[in-house]
Design a protein around this ligand. Structure first.
Ligand code: BGP
Length: 480
């Protein structure tokens, strides 16, 4: 039998990914209200603040800097940036809409026209170059007012506000946007609810009842968005979005294997199962029992979930996770930011994220085996320190190596039979890091002259990887 070549399918969506709060800036322009990332300090305190039980969503400019306020000023420079994406040959661009540009406080009845008009301009610019927008409805943000007055997603009322927001988007952009996804990395709130659920864990118990009740509200909101999207935009596709870390047992001790499996069920599959299969998976019932969780489920919720499952599974892939049952405190978090232990077979980035391209092939196989739905890698990449040489060049061979190996892994998975829609590496243009609030953790093909202390001209420069990725796209993944 002739060996089939590993080919990326025709129409494969090559592009790049971003999020409103990490690149737009203009945090008080165009009628925009405060969004939760607007009140998150930058720099070394960011991670600390994300876990701070007393965090109260107040601005304190005396004490902190706020890098998301200006970010990379995409709000004013989107034309220049989109022209660069077009030059690279992007087929698609993943972006998010800032909820508080559309509903500044979140609980109004009427959307903010200036906010809607801004995204019209962005979509028109993308479509001018035949770049398909892929839109995340909520990427690690919600209007601060909803966090402060309603306690974020703890409140069932957010379902109504989110529905109103999603409806406004579908109605307005129905002729411009065909690909949507609901909540970015929805499962990440199991570790850090501030970003996605809009509240801090005050006490240890909060990670159980309030967190899972908030999740229930998000699942209902997401299913309503799926329903509305299908009604308002026939032919559109709407996905869920999860952060996926294939979870390995440190060895073949069955106790460790079982532990890794349980971690994987909870972290990788719980949210996906609800959104893709339309029901709470069996394993979560035991978890609920053991942690005293009793969900308040309204009449009709479970039918809504069942009838409105997503069309595709979008996920981010940065690293794998290695686990063992009895970890010493020193071992925890050695391999990644989610508490895994060090994997002796892998090297890590400067931020300790273990680099594992094979893990991407494993992830794609696992997700496809489980769900048999199209997959979309909507984030992947290497956060690294870049150096601008005297002649202005930026030789980011380390980034090219990382991406090349991950693209090869996707090719292998396609040969394994996985249905893959596209690939949008994260932070295709340098932007503010979500976890560190710094600019120096760069992912882009395009360098932005903006430094951690806020200085810089915001000038854009093409890195070596820009030209490499352009060729990858032009040859549909042949030239790596
Ligand atoms: C994902 C988020 C992004 C992004 C990326 C890289 O978790 O969806 O918003 O920032 O990770 O993470 P970081 O910026 O912390 O390096």
């Amino acid at each position: 039998m002739k060996h089939e070549e590993k080919k990326f399918p025709e129409g494969f969506l090559w592009g790049g990914a971003t999020a409103a709060n990490q690149l737009e800036g203009a945090y008080q322009e165009g009628g925009k209200g405060l969004n939760t990332p607007d009140v998150l300090p930058g720099g070394k305190v960011r991670l600390q603040v994300l876990k701070d039980p007393g965090f109260d969503f107040e601005l304190d400019p005396e004490k902190y800097t706020y890098p998301n306020h200006e970010a990379i000023d995409f709000y004013h420079r989107y034309k220049e940036d989109i022209a660069l994406f077009a030059e690279m040959g992007f087929k698609t661009f993943r972006m998010s809409i800032s909820w508080s540009r559309i509903f500044p406080k979140g609980d109004e009845l009427v959307p903010n026209e200036e906010g809607l008009a801004f995204y019209d301009r962005v979509f028109d610019e993308l479509l001018k170059y035949k770049i398909e927008p892929v839109v995340t409805i909520s990427h690690y943000e919600l209007p601060v007012h909803l966090a402060k007055e309603y306690g974020g997603w703890r409140s069932r009322e957010l379902v109504t506000f989110f529905e109103r927001y999603a409806t406004a988007l579908f109605n307005r952009y129905k002729n411009k946007v065909k690909y949507w996804m609901t909540f970015n990395e929805i499962n990440s709130s199991l570790h850090m609810p501030i970003l996605g659920l809009g509240f801090a864990i005050q006490k240890e118990e909060d990670q159980y009842q309030p967190t899972f009740q908030a999740y229930h509200h998000q699942f209902v909101a997401s299913a309503r968005a799926v329903q509305l999207c299908h009604e308002i935009i026939p032919g559109a596709q709407i996905g869920c979005m999860i952060v996926y870390l294939p979870t390995y047992s440190v060895d073949s001790n069955p106790e460790n294997v079982l532990y890794a499996l349980k971690e994987e069920q909870l972290f990788n599959y719980f949210c996906g199962d609800v959104q893709v299969r339309g029901e709470y998976p069996a394993f979560i019932n035991r978890y609920f029992r053991e942690h005293g969780i009793k969900l308040e489920i309204e009449e009709g919720d479970l039918e809504l979930l069942k009838e409105n499952t997503v069309d595709y599974i979008a996920f981010s892939y940065y690293m794998s996770r290695t686990e063992k049952k009895d970890k010493t405190p020193e071992e925890v978090g050695q391999g990644n930011i989610l508490g895994g232990i060090k994997n002796v077979f892998l090297n890590a980035s400067d931020w300790g994220w273990e680099i594992d391209p094979t893990g991407l092939q494993i992830s794609l196989n696992q997700l496809y085996d489980r769900y048999q739905k199209p997959l979309f890698v909507v984030e992947n990449g290497l956060g690294a320190y870049d150096k601008v040489e005297e002649d202005g060049s930026i030789n980011d061979d380390y980034r090219i190596d990382y991406l090349r190996e991950h693209i090869k892994a996707m090719g292998e998975a396609i040969e394994d039979g996985v249905e893959l829609m596209g690939y949008t590496p994260w932070g295709c243009i340098d932007l503010v890091s979500a976890s560190t609030g710094e600019m120096s953790k760069r992912y882009g093909f395009i360098y932005v002259d903006k430094q951690d202390d806020g200085s810089g001209t915001l000038e854009r420069k093409k890195k070596k990887s820009f030209f490499w990725f352009k060729d990858v796209i032009a040859t549909n993944g042949e030239n790596l």
